[in-house]
Design a protein around this ligand. Sequence first.
Ligand code: PHE
Length: 347
Amino acid sequence: MLDTLEAEKERFLAALKGVEGEEALYQLQVSFVGKKGSITGLSKKLGKLSVDERKAFGKELNRVKGEIQAALDGRRDELRDAARARDLGRVEDLTMPPKRPPRGSLHPITIAQRALIDTFRRMGFDVAEGPHIEHANYNFDALNFQPDHPARDMQDTFVVDDRRGGEDLVLRTHTSPVQIRSMLGRTPPVRIIAPGTVFRCDDDATHSPMFHQIEGLFVDRGVTMADLKATMIQFTAAFFGRALDIRLRPSYFPFVEPGAELDMQCPFCERAKGSVCSVCKGAGWIELGGSGMVHPAVFEAVGVDPEVYTGWAFGFGIDRMAMLMYQIPDLRQMFDGDVRFLRGFSN
Ligand code: PHE
C-alpha cells in the first residue's frame, strides 16, 4: 500500500506539470484527493489494517496529502501570477478612446435632394411621393402621351414584365406621374414637389439608366406662367443665396401647353473672373429641365375642370444640381459606389 501511495503521488506530480489552467487544476485535484479520488480511496482502506500498520500508513498518507495540497496551491499561485503578468503585459492602453467605425456621409444626391426639399417646403410646397414601379397609364396616358409616342417605345422605358391586376406597369420614366397621383380625387389648390428616382434605358457618359428628378406642380384658379417664372426666381434666391434670372424657351411635352425648357442664369460665372466659366461653358445659362402650363387633357384625366383651374408644372434633374453644387465632372462617378469619391462629401 505504501508503494501504491508513492506511485499515486508520482502520477499526480507528473500530471500537475501538464496543467495549464485553473479549471484543469481543479479536475486534477478532484481525481486524486476528491471524494472519489485515488488517494482518498487508499485512506478508506485504513480500517482494514492492524493498529501499527494503520498508524504508520496514516502518517504517510497525511504526509503525501500535505505534499499534494502544497503542490496544488503552488501551481494555482503560479497560474494566477502568469495570468496577471499576461494581463499587465498587454500593449493596449485601456484608457484610450475606442476606435469608432467610420461614420459615412450622405450621398451628394441625397444632400442636394434634401436641400431642394427644404427650399420648396419653406415656399409652401408639400412633398409628394409616388412608386418607382408605376402604372403605364399614370406614366403616359393620363399625361396625354398618345399611344404611339416614341417615349413609350421599349428603347426608352423599362417595361415591367408583370401585369399585376391586368395593368401595364413600367419603371417610371419621370416624376410627372406624381402630378396625376396628387390631383386624382382632390380639389385644387394643389401645390407639391415630388423628388425621386426615375429610370430610362440610357447609359453613357451623360446618361444613367437610373437618375433623379424633382417635379413641381401648382394648380389653382388663375395660375399663370408668370407665377412659374416668379416661383423659380424665388427658388434660386433661396437656394443659391441670390435671385438668378430664369429663361423659358418654347418646347414640347405632351402634358403641358405651352411647354418650355427652363434655364437658370449660371451662378458660377462670377467665379470664372474674366475667363470662360467651366460650368456653363460661357453660355451664361444652365439648363434645368422642362416646364409649362398643365394641359387641359391632363386635368380632364384626373377630373379637374380646366375651365375653372389652371396650373403649371416643372421637372428637373437633381443629379445635375448635385454636380453643379459639388462640381462633379462625370455623372457616372455618382453611381459607381466608390467610397473614395463619397468620402469627399460632408453634410
Ligand atoms: N417630365 C419631363 C421630363 O422628364 C419634364 C417636365 C416636367 C416637363 C413637368 C414639363 C413639365 O423630361
